[in-house]
Ligand binder design. Structure first.
Ligand SMILES: NC(=O)c1ccc[n+]([C@@H]2O[C@H](COP(=O)([O-])OP(=O)(O)OC[C@H]3O[C@@H](n4cnc5c(N)ncnc54)[C@H](O)[C@@H]3O)[C@@H](O)[C@H]2O)c1
Ligand SMILES: *[C@@H]1O[C@H](CO)[C@@H](O)[C@H](O)[C@H]1NC(C)=O
Length: 306
């Protein structure tokens, strides 16, 4: 027998869904034009990995200037101490902890220590990463495993360490460093691209899992950063045909954009911003060979350092 009541309620559910889809689409477009106000971070405890050098150090310095309490974490104790010294010189609040973020037990122990000595972490920034750059057949097993342990697994260990207290308070913000290499495949970066795609996958799935949670954990925010090339020395041989379009940014400039994106709770950004739209609305819509033709024209990438 035809279930007329069921059919009617299905139609209404579909209409309601269409209204929500349209509302969120318009709201999303509106937010691009008028981004939300940057949030205050004075009361935040901000745990950042890879603060001894490059982007991590610059992000730490900027959040400290805004009054946040920074937990600086790096495998390199001396360079990490240096970051904390720089913050304290400017009267900022920072603590340094040496930790190899690939070691899950060490990460768990550190989280426990930080909650005792500093307080509940409200912003987690997974920044530490490495980038071996050469053809896939030249990458050794050890290099590949280490890279995946730092670039992918460490994200999961810190999430497992800090998510429980964020869930308990329904408050927190998790930030991850992906890359333009997490949005498109690049020569000499086969394992690295895989790791940076993985970071985006982890962040998207985590957001979905928490939104599906019946406890309504909408107080936990997510931001994924996809920089192109930042002049930290990580990318040793960048090759760029149109320097004005695909700017190499300094670690300081990258950090300014990252801090702003986190404070505005933007879900995903590229640095520079425009590449996001180029990638999403032009590159991704093209058939692969057509995209390749654009690639050849832009002739942009990284050369092997071997
Ligand atoms: N520089 C770029 O062009 C660029 C582009 C896109 C994405 N990214 C990403 O941004 C992030 C930061 O890059 P960067 O250029 O500032 O790098 P960097 O090499 O300047 O600094 C990385 C820091 O991470 C630390 N680190 C490495 N392994 C660690 C471990 N096991 N445990 C704890 N700390 C560890 C290092 O000691 C170093 O201080 C990385 O995830 C990178 O993949 C960088
Ligand atoms: C730690 O960082 C300092 C300063 O950047 C550097 O000179 C030193 O070689 C690094 N140590 C290790 C073990 O990587």
């Amino acid at each position: 027998m035809f279930d007329i009541q069921g059919a009617i309620s299905l139609v209404f559910e579909l209409l309601w869904t269409l209204i929500k889809v349209n509302y969120e689409t318009i709201r999303g477009m509106w937010r691009v034009v008028v981004p939300p106000e940057p949030k205050d971070v004075k009361d935040d405890v901000i745990f950042i990995t890879g603060t001894g050098h490059g982007i991590g150090r610059e992000v730490a310095l900027r959040f400290a200037k805004l009054g946040g309490t920074i937990v600086c974490v790096d495998i390199n104790a001396s360079s990490n101490e240096e970051t904390v010294k720089l913050i304290k010189q400017e009267k900022g609040k920072a603590h340094s902890y040496q930790c190899d973020v690939t070691d899950r037990a060490a990460v768990m122990q550190l989280a426990e220590r930080v909650s005792r000595e500093v307080g509940d972490v409200s912003i987690l920034i997974n920044n530490a990463g490495i980038m071996p750059c050469k053809p896939v057949l030249k990458q050794t097993e050890q290099e590949i495993k280490l890279m995946n342990n730092i670039n992918i697994n460490a994200n999961l260990w810190t999430i497992q360490a800090f998510l429980p207290s964020m869930i308990a308070r329904n408050h927190g913000h998790i930030v991850a460093m992906s890359s333009m290499a997490g949005l498109m495949g690049l020569t000499n970066l086969v394992p690295y691209c895989g790791s940076k795609y993985a970071v985006r996958g982890i962040m998207e799935a985590l957001a979905v899992e928490l939104l599906d949670d019946p406890r309504q954990l909408n107080g936990i925010k997510f931001t994924t950063i996809c920089p192109y090339i930042v002049d930290t020395g990580l990318c040793k041989k960048p090759r760029i045909r149109f320097q004005n379009l695909m700017k190499v940014v300094t670690a300081g400039e990258a950090a300014d954009m990252i801090v702003d994106a986190v404070r505005r709770e933007i879900v995903e950004i590229t640095l520079p911003y425009e590449l996001h739209y180029l990638n999403r609305y032009i590159y991704r819509l093209l058939p692969f060979p057509a995209a390749r033709a654009w690639n050849a024209f832009f002739n942009t990438g990284v050369d092997s350092h071997e």
